[in-house]
Write a protein that binds this ligand. Structure first.
Ligand code: SAH
Ligand code: SF4
Ligand code: F3S
Length: 441
């Protein structure tokens, strides 16, 4: 056994968790294979936020059947959110009997032990363990094999307590658990010492960081301590919750040069009736007040959001409220979703909106947001922006982000990845920006 391959689905939390699964594979001497077909251990780290995610994953797992048949020694492991749903692990095993290991969100870091167990058996028997407690301990002992230089993902908390009525996350990730501040600060210092130029703090609701400690620790105090770390590096975080983001958090982002002027603040819907049914715990007017507050402190802040159509009971008038909110706020970018019923959540039992209505609404919403993103893009024309170079997708072509989070493409050498350069924006196409490098000064 010498090669592993990981296929990751879902959010940044999962992307980072896959970096930990990769760390565990490298710890046992395996190296990354360029494709699943060349790997001895194949891990699928899964998501179940919407039905489309699950269908896609099932399609991919199905494709591995032939691979397993031609080489039964390969180990196929399925981990993460999808497996943690009630009855899902058994259903997966039944449909795909060739899966060797299934682990949930709380015990996926036991993968090495499960591989050892599997290898010690004379006749292979699937290792299925999704044992779950609401508050699994925070693990600080897992090695990380990072894959997104110059950005580094840093968990500040796990789980979610909010139980938005449409959302599966609290059921598959358990209650909020914060990492000790000293562990987070130590990790950030060691990352910036290694040259990582962007730190993205991760949590389902970063604004409630520390509330489980009950000693006054909070997100603002964490940001304050991070603001005191020396060096030039960017800090972003996701996700903020409108019910919890505080003025002092907004102020410290505005005042700290290392903190990107970029806030992702999911609104979900523009109608009070829908927000209430979603259990979001804020109103449309409170949300609009928050946007004003962010813009008061940071007029150029890139504000992005998540928004959903077709939540149960959403009327035409409710949808018009969402359209109106999107037009008023003018988000830099919005991730738009069609509501997908998730078994076990309260909204799945409510009266559903017809598929053709959902389709009509999403089409309108996407077109509206594209127009706004395009208009905001043209406001960047001829401006010079500081860009952190993130990647070189093609020879001589670089991509990076503005402080506000916009992606910019320009010409330059691969060796610039990880550096800050100044770029003048020369053209735009929808939400993509193009520019040319100018001397730093
Ligand atoms: N913790 C974050 C993100 C959670 S998941 C937050 O509170 O915003 C990311 C996004 O997926 C959500 O913001 C929501 O817009 C969307 N989402 C969650 N459940 C969904 C469902 N059942 N159907 C469609 N979209 C969903
Ligand atoms: Fe899901 Fe709501 Fe928690 Fe976000 S805050 S993860 S949308 S329950
Ligand atoms: Fe993320 Fe999907 Fe789980 S969005 S938290 S991987 S359900």
């Amino acid at each position: 056994m010498n090669k592993y391959y990981i296929e990751t689905f879902g959010c940044q939390m999962n992307v980072h968790e896959s970096e930990k699964l990769a760390g565990l594979m490298e710890e046992r001497g395996l190296v990354l294979a360029p494709a699943a077909s060349e790997a001895d251990v194949i891990i699928f780290n899964t998501c179940c936020i919407r039905d489309t995610a699950e269908k896609k994953i099932e399609g991919y797992i199905g494709e591995l059947k032939a691979l397993k048949r031609s080489n039964p020694d390969k180990i196929l492991a399925v981990t993460g959110c999808m497996t943690q749903q009630v009855g899902r692990a058994e259903a997966l095993k039944k449909r795909f009997p060739f899966i060797d290991i299934i682990l949930g969100t709380a015990n996926q870091y036991d993968i090495s032990e499960k591989i050892d167990e599997l290898l010690s058996l004379k006749k292979r028997r699937a290792q299925i363990d999704i044992s779950f407690c609401d508050s699994p301990r925070v693990r600080e002992d897992v090695p990380v094999c990072r894959t997104s230089f110059p950005n580094a993902w840093v968990n500040i908390m796990y789980g979610c307590n909010n139980f938005c009525t449409y959302c599966i996350v609290p059921y598959v990730r358990g209650r909020e658990r914060s990492r000790a501040k000293s562990d987070i600060l130590g990790e950030i210092r060691s990352l910036t010492d290694k040259g990582y130029a962007e730190i993205t703090l991760l949590g389902q609701n970063v604004d409630s960081y520390g509330s489980d400690f009950k000693d006054g620790t909070n997100f603002y105090k964490l940001l304050k301590d991070i603001s005191e770390i020396d060096g030039k590096f960017r800090v972003r975080f996701m996700t903020s919750h409108p019910k919890d983001i505080s003025e002092e958090v907004i102020k410290i982002i505005a005042e700290t040069p290392n903190f990107c002027k970029n806030v992702h603040l999911p609104v979900q819907a523009g109608s009070d009736a829908v927000l209430k049914a979603m259990n979001r715990k804020y109103t449309r007017s409170r949300y609009l007040e928050l946007i004003d507050l962010i813009r008061k402190y940071m007029p150029d802040c890139g504000i992005t959001t998540d928004v959903m159509v077709g939540f149960p009971g959403e009327t035409d008038a409710d949808f018009e409220d969402t359209v109106d909110l999107i037009e008023r706020v003018r988000f830099q970018n919005a991730f738009t979703f069609v509501y997908s019923p998730r078994a076990g959540t309260p909204a799945a039992l409510m009266e559903q909106v017809a598929p053709e209505v959902k389709k009509e609404r999403i089409t309108r919403l996407v077109a509206l947001q594209n127009r706004i993103s395009d208009e905001i893009s043209s406001e960047y024309l001829n401006k010079t922006e500081e860009i952190l170079v993130e990647d070189a997708p093609r020879d001589g072509v670089l991509v990076g982000r503005t402080d506000s989070g916009r992606l910019v493409s320009f010409h330059g050498e691969k060796s610039l990845i990880g550096s800050f350069v100044n770029v003048r924006i020369t053209s735009n196409k929808a939400s993509a920006l193009f520019g040319e490098r100018v001397e730093n000064g």
